[in-house]
Design a protein around this ligand. Structure first.
Ligand SMILES: *Cc1c(COP(=O)(O)O)cnc(C)c1O
Length: 406
């Protein structure tokens, strides 16, 4: 086997993208060519600590040996059947994912947005068939500053003008209330409400952690109002916050969980709607589907991801290293950091705008060998692989301190 011949430099590759690639992203000027664990390497061989981890799609780091091994073994046997036939990997994936999350049934999909769309369809069907909402009257209550994906229905209930504008007309049936406000939620819920759809922690909004009691309040309120609690754990779930699910911090069990990102082990897109039998049971053959959802390669990798989480090791590491992260960020408050929110290995850090925008800080950190992503304004988001060592984490924090002091 011969190594691929490298013909273009990083800057040549960045320039080559410009005329041929849709401009829907503004990436940092780094061209990654290989990676292992928490480290990525660019075309010129420069190494960077990955403090973003693919927005939590890489919770186990790049190319975790157990996940790569599961993928290789499956690649050599069977990759795709479509759901027209059964495959020999799907039952185990569903059994173990349901067991891990304490739910009954699994609807396998591919991307996060598809899981959200599927959750919306299931909630509406449940509202008509079980709750008895009159046809086409179902509403779903969502939170301001949400991020649930990029489809037309989903951006239709976003409050981010950049994500929305120019893409209408939008799907009706959504009500938007402020996040972390139980009174507003209570006022928005009525006999037409199929579900309350929220992120237990709002990631894209800047890792916004609601007050203690909010998730419990949402659970109580939805139970009293006879509507579903749908928790979008696509970014917050699967170990990131120091628990398998972010809702566990309040001991809350939603009716429906939306999972994605880390479920694919950083190898393939894998998402799922996981829920109670009375809810997911409303779907019958032909009513919903996906050509790739539940494919044997995805199921094999997803099963290996669940297997890693079954040990509890990654949740424990996120909690322990998370304490180091929180302490380190605490020391930077007043030294360029004006505030931060953190849970587990996940933090939104507000930098003094006088020092720079989130984008500028991210570029300076990149030159120090640390990759992060701004959210908006002067907020940067830290979400390293859960496998990061405390030394590596301290190293990243020192780079941040240096950039803020410069
Ligand atoms: C990333 C994300 C999504 C969308 O997932 P895609 O795989 O990009 O479609 C939905 N909800 C949350 C909370 C996310 O972080």
């Amino acid at each position: 086997m011969t190594a691929p011949v490298r013909t273009r430099t990083s800057s040549e590759l960045i320039q080559a993208e410009e005329p041929v690639l849709a401009h829907n992203y503004h990436p940092l000027p780094v061209v990654v060519a290989r990676a292992e664990g928490v480290w990525v390497e660019d075309v010129e061989g420069r190494r960077y600590l990955d403090m973003l981890a693919g927005y939590s799609a890489l919770n186990f780091g790049h190319r975790h040996p157990a996940l790569i091994d599961a993928a290789h073994r499956q690649l050599d046997r069977l990759t795709l059947t479509s759901r027209a036939f059964h495959n020999d990997r799907l039952a185990e994936f569903a059994e173990r994912l349901a067991e891990l999350t304490g739910q009954d049934m699994v609807l396998p999909m591919n991307t996060g947005a598809e899981a959200v769309e599927s959750g919306i369809k299931v909630a509406r069907k449940w509202a008509y068939e079980v709750k008895g909402v009159p046809a086409d009257r179902a509403t779903i209550v969502v939170a301001a500053d949400n991020f649930h994906g990029r489809t037309t229905t989903i951006v239709g209930f976003s409050t981010d003008e950049t994500a929305r504008s120019g893409f209408g007309p939008f799907t009706p049936g959504f009500r938007i209330v402020p996040y972390n406000d139980l009174a507003a939620l209570q006022a928005a819920v009525d006999e037409t409400t199929a579900a309350v759809l929220i992120e237990p922690i709002q990631g894209e909004a800047g890792v916004v952690v609601p007050d203690d009691g909010y998730l419990t309040g949402v659970r109580d309120l939805t139970r009293r109002a006879d509507c579903l609690f749908v928790a979008d754990e696509i970014q917050s779930g699967l170990g990131r916050t120091g628990r398998t699910l972010a809702v566990e911090h309040e001991g809350v069990v939603p009716d429906v969980l939306l999972l994605g990102k880390a479920l694919g082990g950083g190898i393939v897109p894998v998402s799922a709607v996981v829920g109670r039998r009375e809810v997911l049971g409303v779907l019958r053959p032909g009513e919903h589907g996906s050509t790739f959802g539940g494919n044997p390669l995805a199921a094999a990798i997803g099963t290996a991801v669940v297997e890693l989480l079954e040990t509890g090791e990654f949740q424990r590491r996120a909690a322990e290293s998370g304490a180091v992260l929180r302490e380190g960020l605490g020391e930077l408050v007043g030294k360029g950091v004006v505030g931060f929110r953190a849970r587990g290995l996940w933090a939104g850090v507000d930098v003094d705008p006088a020092i720079g925008t989130g984008r500028e800080i991210s570029e300076r950190l990149m030159r120090e060998g640390v990759l992060v992503k701004d959210t908006h304004g002067s907020t940067i988001r830290l979400a390293p692989p859960l496998t990061i060592t405390e030394d590596e984490l301290r190293c990243a924090l020192r780079s941040l301190e240096k950039v803020l002091a410069a």
